[in-house]
Every structure is written in structure tokens, then in C-alpha cells.
Design a protein around this ligand. Sequence first.
Ligand SMILES: Cc1cn([C@H]2C[C@H](O)[C@@H](COP(=O)(O)OP(=O)(O)O[C@H]3O[C@H](CO)[C@@H](O)[C@H](O)[C@H]3O)O2)c(=O)[nH]c1=O
Length: 350
Amino acid sequence: MKSILITGGAGFIGSHVVRRFVKRYADYHIVNLDALTYAGNLENLKDIENRPNYHFEKADIVDAAAVRKVFEKHRPDGIIHLAAESHVDRSITDPLAFVRTNVLGTVNLLDEAKALWGDNMSEKRFYHISTDEVYGSLGDTGLFTETTAYDPNSPYSASKASSDHFVRAYGETYEMPIVVTNCSNNYGPNHFPEKLIPLFINNIVNMKPLPVYGDGNYTRDWLYVIDHARAIDTVFHEGVIGETYNIGGFNEWKNIDLVKLLCNLMDSKLGRPEGTSEGLITYVKDRPGHDRRYAIDSTKIKNELGWEPSVTFEQGLAETIDWYMENEDWLRNVTSGDYQSYYEEQYDKR
Ligand SMILES: Cc1cn([C@H]2C[C@H](O)[C@@H](COP(=O)(O)OP(=O)(O)O[C@H]3O[C@H](CO)[C@@H](O)[C@H](O)[C@H]3O)O2)c(=O)[nH]c1=O
């Protein structure tokens, strides 16, 4: 039996990875290690929580002793590391939180893996999930490839770039079998409504303003989270040790075009007159250091491992909207408590 530790498994991308692994690999011992911060939610895993191959451990990766206990108990052969602070706006107001979780937390995990595996690293794997933001910002043309130089601009992307470097350093220095993927913007069910798509879905439902940063002409490449989880499964099992793979949707959208599409889809789903949601669009002060364009070339993973997106953007977005509308309780629960004050604070600042 293979023991697999998935960090951040109660979060957005992590929960889709945990669900996929628990359902597909009945003979694996799957451990979800999560600190259950504001963005982690065990509700995301209700449908699989009683499966015999699933185990949950509440621990913060910043706490090395707590991580060690989990390692000693479950003795993982493979680690899929997704736990991270992930919101760029939060990193601008509290960079240290990102250093702690994303840098220190990652090094703690690497150290515990090294201690557990010792000299016997064959058949082991440390897989770090990272972001295309480490490459910085593009002009109107070009794509990030695996050889693009790192050039992070936000405290968030600087912390992820740093953690990528530590993972690679453990590969070089201690011969740890590592693999890294850098992925574009994800969307889909269970996405915390601080990020563009779920925030705007929530605001449209509640007829609240849609705060578009700057001129709205910022470009992102969007990938359905379920396709990302499938890519992670592929890289975990078939990716070549020491390699980096870029993952993206070849699906670039300017924010304002995406927001207008979302508005139109929501109006028709909610039975509201055309143009109702677009009327909520409010241009607000820009995000400091806002990266203009991300666009990623995922040819390598397609050619070498046979992965490519399976869901079109129109299909994925429609499924996402349906999910939020069918899961009002989930949305209400995650937007209660501190959420409101966080949201208002962000909005007031602009
Ligand atoms: C929340 C919010 C965002 N935006 C803009 C900022 C960005 O250009 C775009 C998407 O913003 P966000 O949803 O915050 O995502 P972004 O900053 O691109 O980063 C995401 O995508 C990255 C991958 O590229 C991940 O590594 C990050 O964890 C993830 O948060 O929309 C707005 O115009 N208004 C908003 O209220």
C-alpha cells in the first residue's frame, strides 16, 4: 500500500485532488493534512470523508513538531504539497503570513520528508504545486515556458518562487525525488469567494458591486480545477523526477471580458433582464504591482505526459455557476464570520 500525504487538502484545489485520489486509488492510504484556515473547509470533502482510504490530520505546516508527528504516524511515500496562502491581495497587506506558510512551511515539509526517507529515496516523491505567477508579467504577446526566468512581483508570487527554489535545492543537494508544476488561474466549485470568479458570482447573486481593478484590461489564463486535479494525478504518477511542468488552459481572457460573460450567463440563469449584472460593474483603484498578463504554454505536459484540458471554458463556467447556485449553504457559511469585514476592508481601501 502506498501512503500519500496531500497538504492543503481541505482547500479549493486540494479538495479536488483529494477526492480524485480517494476515489481512484482504493489501495492508497491517503492523508489530508490541513490547518483549516479561513480557506480550508472540510465540507468540501463530505462525500468522501468516510471512505476507508481517507484520513484527515489537522496540522499547520509551519509547526514542524506537528508535521513530524503526522509523518511518523502515516510514513508517507509520496507528498503532494498544495497547502499555501494563495490570495495576492492578502499578501500585499500581510506578506509575513505568506513567508511563514509558503516558505517556512514548505521547508518544514522538505525537512520532515528528508528525515523520514533518509538515504532510501527510491520510490519516493515530493511534488510541489506552484503557480505561473513566479514568472512575473508578460506584455501583449508571448507565453511562459518551463525555461522562462523567475521574476515574481507580488509578495505572494515571491513566496511561491522561494518555495519552488527550496524544493529544487533539496532535489540537487539531498537528491530528493522532486517534481514541480506551475499552473495558471483555476476556477470551479469550492473556490473561496475572495478570488475574481467566485467573488463576482456571489456579488451578482446578492446584487452587490463588482469591483474591477484598474482598467480591467488584465489578462489571465483560466483552467477548470477538475482538469488541474487530473494533471496533478498524471504528474504525480508519470512526471519525470527533477522536472517542471507548466499547466494551463490555453484560455486567455481579459478580466473585463470575462466579467461581462459572467454577468450575461448569470442574468440568464437568474432570470433577470439582460444588462442587470453589468450594471453592477464598478471600476476601483488598481491592485498595487498588478501583473498585466499571464499566459502559459502547456505543450510540454501535453507532449510528454499526454495531458490536456478536457473541459471548455463555456462548459466549466456554466457548471461552476450552477454549483454555486445549488450550494447556497456552502456560500453562506464561508461568507459568514470574518469574511464580511475582510471584504469591506478590501473594498473600502479602493
Ligand atoms: C479579487 C479581484 C480580482 N480582480 C482581478 C485581479 C486579477 O487580474 C484577476 C484575477 O484575480 P484573482 O482571482 O485574485 O487571481 P490572481 O491574482 O490572478 O491569482 C490567482 O491565480 C494564480 C495563478 O495565476 C494563483 O497562483 C493564485 O493563488 C490565484 O489567486 O482579477 C479584480 O479586478 N477584482 C477583484 O475583486
